[in-house]
Design a protein around this ligand. Structure first.
Ligand code: ZN
Length: 237
């Protein structure tokens, strides 16, 4: 589904998957955000690209926000297709070992370990045709969680992984975002609060695209302000 010029959602709750994946048509190949969980999701992603007229375009690079199974599970499969996989050093190490940081027992499956092609760090940029990506280190949910800030066709999009989740608004049409899951073996509350502080300082974006639930076209600064207050409360508990 096309979300904004050059940016597509290729899986997610509307297509019957738990986690969301995205695809940017850069004019110099397709860049993917997150790999999804299972072969079923992989097929859905492929079908969506075909339906959106992207089926013949080259799959170029994949950025995985973090090493949890539902985001990195298909990393090996996309790598087999010739896609270059980029992750942080920390979560790259998790998917290389396939250990409990990837949440195999939570998902009841064995994680298929793979070695990412490149490690990314805070502030690193990637240029492709009409699109520039900037890596933002946002640790907390996992040790090496990253977000990807994309600029394409004059619009900014934040691919935010599992830092937070957007569910339905309340009956008064107010946002009710939630802090991302805090139960992982490498969750770090102090770093998580710092991540929400950084998020609050981020210049406005046109589209917020998390790893679960809904995307958001509204006022990102307001959203990040609400989230920061939630994170502060969480930190006090
Ligand atoms: Zn996660």
């Amino acid at each position: 589904m096309r979300l904004i010029e050059n940016v597509y959602q290729t899986s997610g709750v509307m297509y019957g998957t738990n986690s969301s994946t995205y695809c940017i048509d850069t004019g110099e190949g397709l860049v993917l955000i997150d790999a999804g969980f299972s072969e079923k999701q992989y097929e859905i992603m492929r079908t969506r690209r075909k339906e959106d007229g992207l089926g013949n375009k080259k799959l170029r690079d994949l950025f995985i926000t973090h090493g949890h199974f539902d985001h990195a599970g298909n990393g090996w499969l996309l790598q087999k297709d010739g896609v270059k996989v980029y992750m942080s050093a920390e979560d790259g190490a998790a998917v290389k070992s396939g250990d409990e940081r990837t949440l195999g027992s939570l998902f009841g499956r064995k994680f298929r370990a793979f070695t990412p092609d490149g490690k990314v760090r805070d502030g690193q940029t990637f240029d492709y045709g009409n699109t520039q990506l900037t890596v933002l280190e946002h640790p907390g949910h996992t040790e090496g969680t990253i977000s990807i800030l994309a600029e394409t066709n004059g619009k900014k999009i934040l691919f935010a992984g599992d830092i937070f989740v957007l569910k339905a608004c309340n009956p008064a049409d107010e946002l009710q975002p939630e802090i991302g899951w805090t139960g992982g073996p490498d969750y770090n509350g102090t770093k998580n609060l710092e991540t929400f502080r950084k998020l609050k300082e981020l210049p406005p974006v046109d589209l917020v695209a998390p790893g679960h639930g809904s995307v958001y076209f509204g006022d990102s600064r307001k959203l990040f302000e609400i989230l920061y207050h939630l994170a502060e409360k969480e930190a006090q508990q």
